[in-house]
Design a protein around this ligand. Sequence first.
Ligand SMILES: [Zn+2]
Length: 337
Amino acid sequence: MLSDRQITSRRLLLVAAGMSLLGLTGCGRGEEVAKAAAEARSAGPEPAPGALPTAQSSMTPTADPTAAASTAPASPSAAAAPVAPPASAPAAPPAAAPSAAATASASASASASASATVAPAAAATAAPAGPEPARAPAVAEAPLVYELDAERQVVALTIDDGPDPRHTPTVLALLEQYGIRATFFLIGENAAGHPGLVREIAAHGHHIANHTWTHPDLRNLSEAKVRDELERTSELLHRTTGKAPTWFRAPGGDWSPASLRVSAALGMRPMAWSVDPRDWARPGTGVITDRILKDVRPGAIVLNHDGGGDRSQTVAALKAYLPVLIDSGYRFTAPPG
Ligand SMILES: [Zn+2]
């Protein structure tokens, strides 16, 4: 489809990688490959950063960060490979190193490859990164974001499954005490039951993001049902706060090709995480705290929960680890909205 284009040797590599990706995503076999990869990942103990090829279903060869990373190794800002290379691209580099530059930071210094990883809406309006005119499709799927800019000592705290009247107010008070902005991935039906809490989260300056309406395993749902889960939640959050969410997280981190397509179509980027203390399993406050302090690093996206059950261990862990991180020089940030 691109044979009529004037391309440089670098572009040729990008196109070749992109074509292989199109082959992955355009047929049933591709879906199976992606699904198998997602299942293999979910069977592991923890979601490894950069371990999910399902996000590599971009319809734009030049928007493929893996290909870009493989052809532009000299550019520091081009080193981000937020997702693992697909099986059909053995020449691609290994999955993103833990310290890989963020894809979501969308820094002003974005290179051609970095600019290709910004949100669909931004990509559609951005000036062409290369000498050729942009041919972005109407909806481009953004890659999963596992970390932010590793060159800055920042941490993004993300808090899932609320709002919950038992724990969310305490978490908000803690965050205010330490001057921290966080991102709350809200479940639609919880938000519908506690609209005042939703507004309170927003009033504190935190990001409010979409975590589906009922917290289902999206891999088991039709695309129409996935759309219903996401769209209903976005509409409610928009009505409640006056702002539509721009980030989406699949329950359990169980992304599916359909969820990535739908979230992109609804103007949301998919956010994963790089530090998971598995607080939802209530392993003990000390364990939660230790896991976070052991795994945190610049650019980390930390996963915590303020809903879905008794989260008192998480609240206690926040009290313990937030001051430690601050004393260590970390600053907390909410990803760009
Ligand atoms: Zn969740």
